[in-house]
Design a protein around this ligand. Sequence first.
Ligand code: ATP
Ligand code: MG
Length: 419
Amino acid sequence: MKQSQLLSKTRKEAPKDEASKNAELLIRAGFIHKEMAGVYSFLPLGLRVLNRVNDIIREEMNAIGGQEILLTTLQDRELWEKTGRWSDEVVDNWFKTKLKSGTELGLGFTHEEPLTALMKNHVRSFRDLPLYPYQIQTKFRNEMRAKSGIMRGREFLMKDLYSFSRDEKEHSLFYEKAKLAYMSIFDKVGIGEMTYITSASGGTFSKYSDEFQTITDAGEDTVYVCEGCKIAINGEVLEGKKECHNCRLSDLKERKAVEVGNIFNLGIRFSEALNLTYLDEEGKEKFVVMGSYGLGPTRLIGTIAETLSDKDGLVWPKRVAPFDVHLVEISDENNEVRKVSERVYSMLKKRGVEVLFDDRELRAGEKFKDSDLIGIPLRLIVSKKTFDGGLFEVKERASGKISMIKEDDLCGFARDYLK
Ligand code: ATP
Ligand code: MG
């Protein structure tokens, strides 16, 4: 991709009404556009990151038996009345709308109800179970405060998987697998080290749940962390003594954190209310045992921006970066540099390296500033000085490390680094 043709421009200042660091950086670097508080559009750079994050999530969900579906946003009031979740007193963040006829509809904030009802068409006997449908879909929540950029949207993406199992035993086997898959997702997107599992009693309708909390000052939750066990306890559920329930250490550290994922054992709360049953091996009718597994790709990107950026801008982990290499051309008078840039650009592209080529007519200083702000893992400089000596300067965005590389070795160097 040539930067002169890229739809978005970088900007020196973020919109005045933007209070969060993640949105400020992502807006300035041209990844997202703010429509209004808690509502953000994705531009080409941002969408590339989002697609890569979603690919990692899909990879992990498919590996544990997930099957991707796509449910609707518009929700039928009657269905939600059956589980007692239509009322605004019970669920305080519904967005609701009306048909011309006056019939009320909701905009989905989660999808247990419609999916449980849908599954009645597909689950009859024990042979049909277990099933693990999931989707990556836009959710709507009328959040009270939307001051955390894309970490708390009123319209945002959620990956929500639901498990349908024969019994508790089958359920908990999958639940444990999902936990590992989640940690693997957080590792791959680059926030594994900062992300802790916090177990909690799962609120009103489930016996247990686990949250995945990433440590960041931008988070709205407070957790108590046992660094040795990689376990955290949510401040909300902490009872009495602050003590790690694994190693019994009482020297837990208080930290701000954001919930990047949350998994629940739902038991038969929804299958009972909506009558989702199956016939077991003896022909007895039983309620399906369910679980739900939420994760926010857009919140994840906000969290990466918050935790991995530095004073100069974004710093993308390799697996989710919008491009692998930022080729920055420092042009000369007789267009010699351009020839070399084009040659290197096509060579890298041909060999599967994703390159953003800064071919704009700007001063070197400005280009470097933009490049720091955008945060692509490797910056390759093509200038008269470097190629006269036969060597190209390659700078790693995360560490600042500089290597001088021969043209023939550029591709190998990039590939090795990105591995
Ligand atoms: P919070 O306590 O932060 O509001 P929640 O408990 O309401 O989160 P869930 O209902 O469990 O969140 O949603 C599943 C996942 O969806 C969360 O772990 C998070 O990653 C994401 N998510 C929830 N609300 C938002 C939001 N407003 N904006 C972006 N992502 C969100
Ligand atoms: Mg919430």
